[in-house]
Design a protein around this ligand. Structure first.
Ligand code: ADP
Length: 614
């Protein structure tokens, strides 16, 4: 009830008015009462018992009929004494206090008060008795220095009381009016204070709710006006700061969201603070799924624990790698600190290393394969040369040995030259593109390979199904591809088999098909057949002089022409290799290439010719 400032202010007004009025009232009434007393005393003391009157009194007292003389004297002075219904006098015997005469005829006895006693002992009794019913003045009439009579003037306090009462009533009325005024004024005045405060409160509430509207300032120069203006400035600053923080947050969130690295943050309790979409993907976590640090990471890496980062090695970063959820992931673990240097928790960066890992593995495999491929012929050659050197072989054997050395050296040369081709293709060698009909390549190859086919009594045919528009091709490289595939078909098809080449133009694509009815390839090997060094039957391939690189090279060259190569095969039934070359694209590539050639700097050509010389 007394919570609002308005009520408090009104109450304050009332209290102030009450205390002021009470003080003033008490002060006035006390002073008026005191004035009454002093007025009574001075009136009686100075105006009645004057220097002329006192000797008259003494003289009257000394006479024999003192009682009567005194009565007459006082009666005569009753006007001066001011006898009325309130004030009276009495003449008492100073020895026993007996009433001799009184202005009030009804009075029969006088109560002996302290003042009367004082007069009876010879002193003027003019002590103010505040609680008594009368104001009194007792004067001793002395005869030969002995008090004989006491003139006792007394006045009831009725007049004073009634005056005080009416004064009290006036003060009370004034108090009521003042209170009413103070309530109204207090209410109105406090409203002028509370209204801006209420405004400020509602503004503060809005700010607390996150609405940073700046609002109006105040023209007033008082404390509340200053506060309102300060509030306005504060609102502006707050709004700016919040906006800045929000935009930085958004920026950070966006960076996190689009980061290909997974980022996960945990607090010092190991509870998840933040996780970005990449991390969810790598760690196979659902959209709302949550994890705890130790529960998640310790089972994966036994030496990773929250305590280790928070207490043992807070400034150390740990890197861990491993397969997880079909990815090869690299985890960077480290603690992070807040601006006051306290540790905030642990942050984990999850990098997807799957591709680079694959590359690394294939590079290692490739090096191993090359070494292996070279070691076999080298060992053979070395052994044969050593045998020859020992001179322990006759002429016929010598020739056989030399023949083998020759064959193996040829194979190594082929291997090295195939590797060189692959390496150039890997490095993005420029194709020497020319517009031509693909049929011309196929016709040339079919003619060239007739001899090989005939050696195995095979039929090698080329059938163009429909006419293919000109395509931009690197003649030598494409011819190499077709020769490779056709020679494979001849190699892996028994004698009396058939190798057929077809060409057709379908949906803007040139389709080249090389079909044989040879030994075919088991299904499980087909999908890996374009890999480097992949062979179905290693021994037989080597026997045939194959390097295991032919199809890999073919794929690289076809892809460089923006085309595709596929292989379909059935064991013991035959194999079909299909090359698809886009005609449209080849032109675009061609035009781009020719533009490039025109613009090309001499250095590029020099590089190409240098490579050729190699
Ligand atoms: P290679 O030099 O060994 O012939 P390739 O890359 O040309 O290497 O071929 C890879 C492997 O694919 C061969 O070793 C062979 O086993 C198989 N292969 C290729 N073409 C045919 C085909 N037409 N019929 C059967 N197997 C084939």
């Amino acid at each position: 009830m007394f919570k609002s400032i308005q009520t408090k202010l009104v109450l304050l007004f009332i209290l102030v008015i009450l205390s002021v009025m009470l003080t003033v009232g008490t002060f006035i009434i006390t002073n008026v009462t005191r004035f009454y007393y002093t007025d009574f005393m001075s009136q009686i003391g100075t105006a009645v018992f004057t220097e002329e009157f006192v000797p008259q009194l003494t003289e009257a007292a000394e006479s024999q009929d003192g009682d009567e003389r005194l009565s007459e004297l006082l009666e005569a002075a009753s006007g001066r004494i001011g006898v009325d219904s309130y004030r009276n006098y009495a003449i008492l015997d100073a020895k026993d206090g007996k009433l001799i005469a009184a202005s009030d005829e009804l009075l029969t006895q006088v109560e002996i008060t302290d003042n009367i006693l004082a007069a009876m002992s010879g002193r003027v009794g003019d002590t103010v008795v505040e609680n008594g019913t009368y104001m009194e003045y007792a004067y001793p009439v002395m005869v030969e220095n002995e008090p004989t009579y006491v003139i006792y003037v007394y006045e009831t306090k009725e007049e004073l009381t009634s005056f005080s009462r009416s004064m009290f009533l006036v003060i009370l009325q004034a108090l009521v009016v003042a209170l009413l005024i103070s309530v109204v004024l207090g209410y109105l005045l406090s409203k002028t204070i509370t209204k801006p405060i209420k405004n400020l409160t509602s503004r503060a509430q809005k700010i607390a709710d996150g609405e940073f509207e700046v609002g109006e300032g105040s023209p007033s120069k008082d404390e509340i006006g200053v506060l309102t203006n300060t509030f306005k400035t504060m609102g502006q600053r707050l709004s700016e700061t919040v906006q800045e923080v929000a935009s930085q947050n958004t920026k950070l969130e966006k960076i996190m969201e689009y980061s290909t690295d997974g980022i996960v943050a945990f607090d010092t309790e190991g509870e998840l603070l933040h996780i970005n979409p990449s991390a969810r993907k790598y760690l196979a976590l659902g959209e709302d799924e949550t994890i705890r640090f130790d529960e998640f990471f310790t089972p994966i890496f036994s030496d990773i624990s929250l305590g280790n980062f928070l207490y043992l090695n807070p400034d150390k970063q740990l890197i861990k790698e491993g397969d997880y959820n079909n990815y090869y992931l690299r985890f960077y673990f480290g603690s992070f600190r807040y601006s006051d240097d306290t540790i905030g928790g642990v942050i984990v960066d999850v990098a997807n290393m799957t591709e680079s890992r694959k590359l690394e593995l294939s590079r290692r495999e490739f090096v191993a394969n090359v070494s292996h491929e070279l070691r076999t012929p080298l060992t053979t050659v070395k052994a044969y040369i050593e045998t020859l050197e020992s001179g322990a072989v006759d002429g016929e054997m010598q020739e056989k040995f030399l023949d083998t050395i020759h064959r193996e050296t040829d194979r190594m040369t082929r291997l090295v030259s195939d590797l060189l081709i692959l390496s150039r293709l890997d490095n993005g060698v420029k194709l020497n593109l020319t517009r031509m009909h693909v049929e011309s390549i196929l016709k040339d190859v079919a003619e060239k390979m007739q001899f090989e086919a005939k050696k195995k009594h095979q039929v090698l045919t080329y059938t163009p199904i429909n006419e293919i528009p000109e395509i931009a091709l690197d003649y030598d490289r494409m011819q190499q591809v077709i020769i490779n595939i056709v020679s494979n078909a001849i190699k892996y098809t028994p004698t009396y088999g058939a190798v057929k080449i077809y060409s057709s133009y379908v949906s803007d694509n040139a389709i080249i098909r090389i079909v044989d009815n040879g030994m075919g390839i088991p299904e499980k090997d087909v999908k890996r057949i374009f890999e480097r060094f992949y062979r179905v039957d290693k021994a037989r391939s080597r026997e045939q002089g194959g390097t295991g690189l032919g199809l890999a090279i073919a794929k690289e060259i076809v892809n460089a022409h923006a085309g595709e190569i596929t292989l379909h095969s059935k064991l013991n039934e035959g194999t079909e290799v299909v090359i698809t070359l886009p005609v449209e694209k080849s032109f675009r590539t061609h035009s781009e290439e020719s533009e490039k050639t025109e613009e090309s700097i001499a250095g590029e050509e020099t590089e190409e010719s240098a490579t050729e010389h190699e």
